[in-house]
Design a protein. Structure first.
Length: 243
């Protein structure tokens, strides 16, 4: 879907209705404890600092939310040992949809595969999306990576490397990074090669994004965004320590 009246980027101020929509969206993500990084990347898209992102259609008890290669990470959404409680639908259905939030900011979006929305600031960028959902081909991942604005080197690494790829906790275990340092990479959506120069750049980028969320929270009068970013970072630090 392409919205007819896109926002002017960057978004210096937001309206009361936009603030309410974004606040409720953030709250739903936090309460579900899933897809916590999604509002961070959407905020960057809204502000004109990121060309595109992925937004899961569900709120409340939502499945895995990712920005990038969803097939790669889908298997990690619910570990086999996790016990799942079934909650009545009426208790998990929020008063707002993700599409409501995207429409509030005049963003363009399109479904691919039925699970969520591929979101962009401009309708033309949606034409970069693969025309066929086929995660087995390099061409598919190149087009998807280009849509998200990932660096060519990161796209190539994803295509040529085999899972499981090194996780942040493993980099900490090697003794080269502290949990507090490497946790900033959680704000970087793309998968990148764990070589020192690239990790250092991802750490700097992640720190910049973390600081940017605090700035936007003040600029948009939206404390929930800063609270969310703090939660995302603290959980990343904890994960690196626990593993």
């Amino acid at each position: 879907m392409a919205v007819g009246h896109p926002s002017t980027f960057p978004v210096e101020t937001i309206t009361a209705d936009q603030r309410q929509a974004l606040r409720q969206y953030i709250t739903e993500r936090q309460e579900s404890e899933m897809g916590l990084r999604e509002p961070v990347w959407l905020a960057l898209v809204i502000n004109g600092e990121k060309p595109a992102c992925y937004a899961n259609q569900g709120l409340g008890s939502s499945p895995l939310i990712t920005d990038g290669w969803t097939d790669e990470l889908a298997g990690q959404a619910v570990p086999p040992e996790m016990e799942i409680d079934v909650v009545p639908l009426e208790e998990t259905t929020p008063d707002i949809t993700v599409a409501d939030v995207l429409d509030a900011f005049g963003l363009s979006y399109r479904g691919l595969g039925g699970a969520g929305w591929y979101v962009a600031r401009t309708a033309w960028r949606l034409e970069l999306l693969p025309t066929v959902r086929n995660g087995a081909t390099a061409a598919y991942h190149r087009r998807l990576g280009a849509f998200f604005g990932y660096a060519r080197a990161d796209i190539n690494y994803f295509i040529t490397s085999e899972p499981p790829r090194p996780q942040p906790a493993a980099l900490v275990a090697d003794g080269h990074y502290t949990p507090e340092e490497i946790a900033y990479t959680t704000f970087v959506p793309e998968i990148f090669e764990p070589e020192p120069e690239r990790v250092a750049r991802a750490t700097r980028t992640g720190r910049t994004i973390r600081d940017r969320m605090a700035q936007l929270a003040r600029q948009w009068e939206l404390p929930a965004l800063e609270d969310l970013a703090a939660t995302v970072y603290e959980e990343a630090v904890s994960d690196c320590r626990d593993d």
